[in-house]
Design a protein around this ligand. Structure first.
Ligand code: URP
Ligand code: ZN
Ligand code: ZN
Length: 460
């Protein structure tokens, strides 16, 4: 089966040109002017941007967390991602303390395999690093194609590891050719502030925000960066929100250290005024919390400075009823917000259309860098001969509005309700198949494939 995408404007992280793209089977096999159709089915992309499928390297699907499960499964979450132009996601396997990495991976495989609609991979979250876990790192990298190991410097008593475990893990991961990624906030200080606020009867969502001040993130980001430098381990900071944390990474560039940085769409677009709405604010209870206007400016600038490499979502949706678990105590509100479907269109509308980033930068941070940093390039993340035909056709002019009434995520509110967008995903190809067209998902449950990833390959 062949497809010929004709008359589109092809955008990659580096190029911008008019061309046709020929797809055979799962791959792109030719790119050129006026390619002959032969027996290929023609897709007319006149007036549309033709870009690589988005890659969201930070999503939590069907994840047990804070006494409940995130409400999107691998089926509903990857389908919603496809509707929004994201063809591949990286989800998090969570090791249970006292249990092996293998047990956790088996559990996640049983949930995702045969159910995912879009392509997916896994990070392995190490929550209990000990001699047994250490022995499993090599197998994860060599046999399972899981080359990134997530750590939490917060969520004390649940997911957090200490600096001793962090250092030991970094040394092992470096040896095996992987990368350590981190939720970088100071768990002890947050724990203290949460307990203090609750003891004082300050239990509304506002106190979630006030329990995680910027210093908790800046301090942990600097500590993580120093430990990565000391051990020589490639490091990546997830969901960075603020100026103080980015300055820690900026400082490290002076010794020619590269720590990769991810921010998320919400930290670029939303701010802490969302915590002034009483319990309604629970919709935006996430960790780290939303910050200030000055932090948004720093993050946008950081993208253009090459310090912020990726814009992800940290998609971790909960139904309103689940959020109500914390109606009397912010510390019991499940942390996270839904965005997997909205990232590509929001970033285009607010980033490219408002001249904050270029079109090439857009593709770089939403598609290409996630593939490069996480060992999937050039199979994923670009438009090139031999790459997977993961392609989106995007109308840069169409106007529409975000609403829970029309989104495909399994969550009963939108964190961006009523947000006006200019730019819309029209058609999505995943490995050569038309996966979404005219608002319909055309590939079945189970079409999504697990993507084994390569070892980490130096600086990008
Ligand atoms: O609030 C968040 N971010 N929930 C998901 C878990 C995490 O810390 O990434
Ligand atoms: Zn986190
Ligand atoms: Zn997360």
């Amino acid at each position: 089966m062949s497809l010929l995408i004709k008359n589109g404007r092809v955008i990659t992280a580096t190029d911008d040109y008019q061309a046709d793209i020929l797809v055979q089977g799962e791959k792109i096999v030719a790119i050129g002017k006026d390619l002959p159709a032969h027996d290929a089915e023609i897709i007319d992309a006149s007036g549309l941007l033709v870009m690589p499928g988005g890659i969201d390297p930070h999503v939590h699907l069907d994840m047990p967390f804070m006494g409940t499960f995130s409400s999107d499964t691998h089926e509903t979450g990857t389908r919603a991602a496809l509707h929004g132009g994201t063809t591949t996601v990286i989800d998090f396997v969570l090791q249970k303390q006292g249990h092996s990495l293998r047990e956790a991976l088996d559990e996640w495989n049983s949930r995702a395999s045969g159910t995912a609609v879009g392509d997916y991979s896994f990070h392995m979250a190490v929550t209990d690093f000990n001699p047994d876990t250490k022995a499993e790192i090599k197998t994860m990298v060599e046999q399972e194609g899981i080359t990134s190991f997530k750590t939490f410097m917060a969520y004390k008593g649940a997911l957090m590891i200490d600096d001793r475990q962090m250092t030991d893990l970094m040394q092992e991961v470096r040896q095996q050719g992987g990368m350590v990624t981190v939720h970088a906030t100071n768990g002890d200080v947050i724990d203290y502030l949460v307990a203090k606020h609750v003891a004082e009867g300050k239990t509304s969502p506002l106190y979630h925000y006030l329990s995680q001040p910027e210093v908790t993130e800046a301090e942990a980001s600097a500590r993580f960066t120093d430990l990565a430098n000391y051990t020589g381990c490639p490091g990546y900071i997830v969901h960075m929100t603020c100026e103080g944390a980015l300055n820690a990474v900026r400082n490290a560039t002076r010794r020619n250290q590269k720590v990769y940085v991810e921010t998320c769409i919400q930290y670029l677009l939303l701010d802490a005024s969302k915590y002034d709405q009483g319990f309604e604010s629970a919709k935006w209870v996430m960790s780290p919390p939303l910050r200030e206007a000055k932090d948004q400016e720093t993050l946008w600038a950081g993208i253009n400075q090459g310090l912020v490499n990726i814009v992800a979502t940290d998609h971790c949706p909960f139904m309103w009823e689940q959020k109500l678990m914390g109606k009397d105590n912010f510390a019991k509100i499940p942390n996270g917000h839904p965005a997997i479907e909205n990232r590509m269109e929001l970033l285009f509308s607010e980033g490219v259309n408002k001249n904050r980033i270029s079109l090439n930068k857009y593709v770089e941070v939403a598609c290409t860098n996630p593939a490069k940093i996480f060992g999937m390039f050039p199979k994923k993340g670009t438009i090139a001969i031999g790459s997977d035909a993961d392609i989106i056709l995007f109308d840069p002019k169409e106007q529409h509005t975000i609403s829970a009434a029309t989104h495909h995520m399994n969550v009963d509110y939108s964190a961006y309700e009523g947000w006006p967008l200019t730019g819309r995903v029209k058609t999505v190809l995943l490995r050569g198949k038309v996966a979404v067209d005219k608002g319909e998902c055309l590939v079945p449950k189970g079409y999504g494939q697990f993507i084994k990833r390569n070892k980490v390959s130096g600086k990008i």
